[in-house]
Design a protein around this ligand. Structure first.
Ligand SMILES: Nc1ncnc2c1ncn2[C@@H]1O[C@H](COP(=O)(O)OP(=O)(O)OP(=O)(O)O)[C@@H](O)[C@H]1O
Ligand SMILES: C[C@@](O)(CCO)CC(=O)[O-]
Ligand SMILES: [Mg+2]
Length: 388
């Protein structure tokens, strides 16, 4: 049996990091996906065989004998528990880390260990220690702020829960082989994906896995989701600075700064909350003419610029991000980091009336710094399933 699931990455228009401390955040799916293809042999009983994962984008594949997994983790998946996802316990995480260490991951790719731990936890918790193989491919740069960890966790959870028979597709994505899940099933996938994010992010807010699972554009605050209907298409240029960084460490750094300067950082988080609330209202306005559109985009740009300034207060900007800010500002364009920062990707708002020539000049200048630029469609579908 083969089951494929794909989940999108995301951009954050305002509110990253502050959302971990209770502020509102606005995020949207993008049309870059991570796909998990699950292959299960007909028998499927635990004990014999292996659990394999092939991370095609890294050129690395890993496998564990089912007997070894059973010995280390015990038979974990029970149908009842599938409806009530639980966090990976410290003991399970330690056992999983030892299983990952059995494979000598090349030092240059040691950052993969978090993803492998999330894989083993989700696979054994949902399917138990039965043989199977997952092939993962992605259009998302890893560790770049576009939610690669969430897209990985959501696509994997979707494929595994479909194989376990607890979620199923309810409708087709017009003109494609992909199918959509109903709201209740998406909620279950999202809760499992959040467990995967906890292993990779440490203290995730839940916004990344929510956007990867539900898609669209979302305002999120203290676990509460509000679907936003963008009044007009939102056009963003994404610049990947190609500076690798680790979201878990960056999130921890902001928490440390909040502990060192509680009052000042509380003011920063409050200001970000206000920016996110205002941005969510403006993005839903439907501008019907050029004057209204220009006015709307100027307000969005101002809010992005203010949020970037507050992200610098949090200590998550980077010299490469500042280079993007300076380069785009020369053309009166506004940019902000997206995701955890510390490098990774930067958003630049593309006004409707911006000429193609100017956009080409900006892109050429950014690429002259060794950055990679690309445009994405914002606010598309979330998790999608295909049963072979
Ligand atoms: N396709 C994948 N296969 C295996 N592991 C992955 C994959 N994509 C992401 N990961 C895991 O997630 C980690 C990157 O997650 P991280 O949260 O640091 O960055 P991000 O999700 O790309 O950015 P952000 O969280 O800021 O949006 C990788 O180091 C890897 O462990
Ligand atoms: C930095 C952060 O706010 C977003 C990362 O994409 C972390 C989180 O919310 O889990
Ligand atoms: Mg992530």
């Amino acid at each position: 049996m083969e089951i494929r699931a794909r989940a999108p990455g995301k951009i954050i228009l305002a509110g990253e990091h502050a959302v971990v401390h209770g502020s509102a955040v606005v995020a949207a799916a993008i049309d870059l996906y991570t796909q998990s293809s699950l292959h299960l042999p007909p028998s499927g009983e635990g004990g014999a065989g292996e659990v394999e994962v092939d991370l095609t984008d890294t050129g690395l594949a890993f496998s564990w004998p089912c007997s070894r997994l059973l010995e280390a983790l015990g038979e974990t998946s029970r149908k009842a528990e599938l409806q009530a996802p639980r966090p990976c316990s410290p003991e399970e995480l330690a056992a999983i880390a030892r299983l990952v260490e059995l494979h000598e991951i090349p030092e240059a790719k040691i950052w993969l260990s978090a993803g492998l731990s999330a894989f083993l936890y989700l696979y054994t918790s949902i399917l138990g220690c039965r043989p199977g193989k997952v092939v993962v491919s992605s259009g998302l740069p890893m560790g770049a702020g576009l939610g690669s960890s969430a897209a990985f966790s959501a696509s994997l959870s979707g494929a595994l829960l479909t194989a376990a028979g607890v979620v199923s597709a309810e409708g087709a994505v017009g003109g494609t082989e992909w199918q959509l899940l109903g709201k209740d099933h998406l909620e279950l996938v999202n809760t499992w994906a959040f467990q995967g994010e906890k292993i990779i992010h440490g203290k995730p807010s839940g916004i990344d896995n929510a956007v990867s699972t539900f898609g669209s554009m979302i305002k999120f605050k203290k676990g509460e989701l509000t679907n936003l209907k963008s009044g007009n298409p939102v056009k963003m240029l994404i610049t990947d600075t190609r500076v690798g960084r680790n979201t878990k460490a960056l999130v921890a750094g902001v928490s440390e700064r909040a502990s060192s300067h509680p009052d000042a950082m509380a003011s920063v988080f409050h200001a970000v909350n206000t920016i996110s609330e205002e941005l969510s209202s403006i993005v839903e306005l439907a501008a019907t003419d050029e004057i209204a559109m220009t006015s709307k985009e100027e307000k969005l740009a101002e809010l992005m610029e203010m949020n970037q300034g507050l992200l610098q207060c949090m200590g998550v900007s980077h010299a490469s991000i500042e280079t993007v800010l300076r380069s785009t500002l020369k053309y009166n364009l506004v940019s902000k980091l997206t995701g955890a920062g510390g490098g990774g990707c930067v958003l630049t708002l593309i006004p409707t009336l911006l000429s193609k020539l100017v956009l080409e000049k900006v892109t050429t200048e950014l690429e002259s710094h060794g950055f990679r630029c690309f445009k994405v469609e914002v606010g598309g579908q979330g998790l999608q399933i295909h049963q072979g």
